[in-house]
Design a protein around this ligand. Structure first.
Ligand code: DAH
Length: 334
């Protein structure tokens, strides 16, 4: 038996393999479940004790030699490439990367344009009280915007609500900071509206506020003119239409010339040549006073625009719901 073991050791030591198949054959014979060495261990149980002294170590040696040989053989094939079928010139597996949401992209672009004009970015809460969202902003007690159909109130406390616009951050900012103030305030707002292609129960706005000495309507106009050209192209014109907001006087709606048809009339501008992008106006002195700012010394202008609206115009989209449906086919186009 000892001779058999010795000859197997010699066989193992000489073994070579050029293919995976040869390695596998070696493995089956010397290391696999029914290998020859196991058989020898079975026989070993029956040999006389005096033979065991020499045979035992020899058998163990055979087992170790076979195991390290197997490692050596499979290692050599793997590293040479041999028959392992890996073509390193093939393109790798595609890992999908995701993309920045179009609303975030527009928001970032708006911030970038205003930051270059010296605006800070400010933030405020989505859950606020009646004072910051309405009363300080000069909303009369019986103004329809306060009614239940527009505003989500917190049931247990009607003084607490989901902000209906980012103008609540204006109130907070003026209370916290003395003029000069020059800030934009992007964020999400909520309205109790039936969801359709044109309206949603939540959307995003960017509020703008400038307060200082000698701030005039001219500053408002130029700031938004500059923004419109940066956002929609350098040939963009703007138009201001008289409007009404409780917190501004005078108030104006800002239209830009339609950048699709250049003003000649198309579906996007409903044949008018103009599209609305923001509400704006000179901050009402009542609002300044409500926030502890001397309205005889300071004046200011404010504006508010919808991020969804700007995005829809820019990419000619016609359904607001797409932004919140998380449909990859839509999102990955941006
Ligand atoms: N808060 C208004 C809205 O949600 C938008 C707005 C209009 C904001 C005029 C302003 C402003 O700051 O001056 O419809």
């Amino acid at each position: 038996m000892l001779d058999k073991v010795k000859s197997l050791i010699a066989e193992v030591e000489k073994a070579t393999a050029k293919t995976n198949e040869e390695v596998e054959n070696f493995r089956l014979k010397f290391v696999g479940r029914n290998n020859v060495i196991n058989d020898l261990f079975e026989e070993f149980k029956k040999v006389a004790p005096e033979q065991k002294r020499e045979l035992g170590p020899a058998l163990n040696n055979l087992k170790n030699v076979a195991q390290s040989k197997l490692k050596e053989l499979s290692g050599s094939i793997g590293s040479e490439g041999g028959s392992v079928e890996v073509d390193v010139t093939l393109p790798g597996t595609y890992a999908s990367e995701g993309s920045i949401h179009p609303i975030t992209q527009t928001r970032n672009r708006i911030i970038e344009i205003f930051e270059r004009q010296g605006f800070n970015v400010e933030d405020g809460p989505e859950i606020d009280n009646d004072w910051n969202n309405f009363t300080a902003l000069n909303f009369p007690e019986n103004h329809p915007a306060r009614e239940m159909q527009d505003t989500y109130f917190i049931e247990k406390n009607p003084d607490v609500l989901l902000r209906t616009h980012t103008s609540n951050v204006q109130t907070r900012l003026m209370n916290k900071k003395k003029p000069p103030i020059r800030a934009i305030m992007p964020g999400r707002v909520y309205r109790n509206e039936a969801i359709s292609a044109r309206a949603h129960c939540f959307f995003h706005q960017v509020e703008g506020l400038v307060v200082g000495e000698n701030i005039s309507f001219k500053d408002l106009k130029n700031t938004l003119y500059h923004f419109s050209k940066e956002m929609f192209g350098k040939n963009t014109k703007i138009r201001l239409r008289p409007s009404y907001f409780p917190f501004t006087e005078p108030s104006a709606e800002i239209d830009i010339s339609c950048f699709i048809c250049g003003g000649s009339g198309c579906k996007i501008c409903k044949q008018t040549g103009w599209v609305e992008i923001a509400g704006s106006g000179m901050v009402d002195p009542n609002v300044l006073e409500n926030c502890g700012i001397d309205s005889t010394k300071y004046s200011g202008f404010a504006f508010g625009m919808g991020i969804e609206r700007v995005t829809m115009l820019k990419y000619q989209l016609d359904d607001l719901r797409l932004f919140s449906e998380n449909d990859i086919r839509f999102l990955k186009q941006f």
